[in-house]
Design a binder for this molecule. Structure first.
Ligand SMILES: Nc1nc2c(ncn2[C@@H]2O[C@H](COP(=O)(O)OP(=O)(O)OP(=O)(O)O)[C@@H](O)[C@H]2O)c(=O)[nH]1
Ligand SMILES: [Mg+2]
Length: 148
């Protein structure tokens, strides 16, 4: 991958975390449900959506995130609403970046809504991506490079 930072992916089920992970690691995009926390290539931590969706799992996300340098909040552009509580980023003592997924099948309005959700959750910057189309990643990698 083009960054040496350790990234944890957080987002609801089917948000596109695993696909994003595969794309960023130049792997084939193959669907499989994430059942448990997975470390990919030693640098990305993929989590199951249930960890965000179920209150009693959220503590596990906190603990797991201590192993990461950067938190990605992953939001599906086509989802109605969001699973991220307002100011959720504040509960992590790490920089939180918002990633919108599935921009290839989203309307402009949906992209705007998704951006709002991520900003409300406290993401410091939001990137619009599509792992299917391979768009939005240059800006993201550039930003990651600039982070100290
Ligand atoms: N059109 C489109 N579909 C996508 C994109 N990214 C992911 N998907 C699809 O969305 C579905 C869910 O993707 P996953 O990456 O498995 O989602 P996840 O967040 O890892 O889900 P859990 O493991 O259940 O938490 C799959 O069918 C993917 O093919 C994208 O950029 N564009
Ligand atoms: Mg997954």
């Amino acid at each position: 991958m083009k960054t040496s930072k350790r990234i944890i992916l957080i987002g609801r089920t089917r948000a596109g975390k695993t696909t994003l992970c595969q794309y960023m690691n130049n792997e084939d995009l193959v669907y499989h449900k994430t059942q448990t926390v997975q470390v990919v290539n030693g640098c990305m931590i993929d989590t199951p959506g249930e960890y965000l969706e179920r209150n009693h799992y959220r503590g596990a996300l906190m603990v797991t995130s201590t192993d990461a340098d950067i938190i990605f909040f992953v939001q599906d552009a086509t989802e109605d609403g969001t699973m991220f509580p307002p100011a959720y980023a504040g509960s992590f003592a790490k920089p939180v970046i918002g990633i919108i997924t599935k921009s290839d099948i989203a309307s402009l309005k949906q992209l705007e809504e998704a951006k709002k959700h991520l900003e409300m959750a406290g993401a410091r910057i939001v990137f619009v991506t599509s792992s299917m189309a391979g768009t939005g990643f240059e800006e993201m990698f550039y930003y990651l490079d600039q982070m100290s």
